[in-house]
Design a protein. Sequence first.
Length: 62
Amino acid sequence: MILSVPDMTCEQSRASVEAAITEVGGRAIVSLEDREIEVNGLPESTVLAALKAAGFTAEVIA
């Protein structure tokens, strides 16, 4: 699944997003330039909850 994360604006926020996904057992391919992440192998609800807990809003776009 691909998610838009508009609040991910710098390297620190990129690292925080990646850590949030890793903490719930996932792996993320992060594009800071596009403000998008690709996550596979986790339910949508788990990914969105992890990002919300880390302080980021996200929307599934694909």
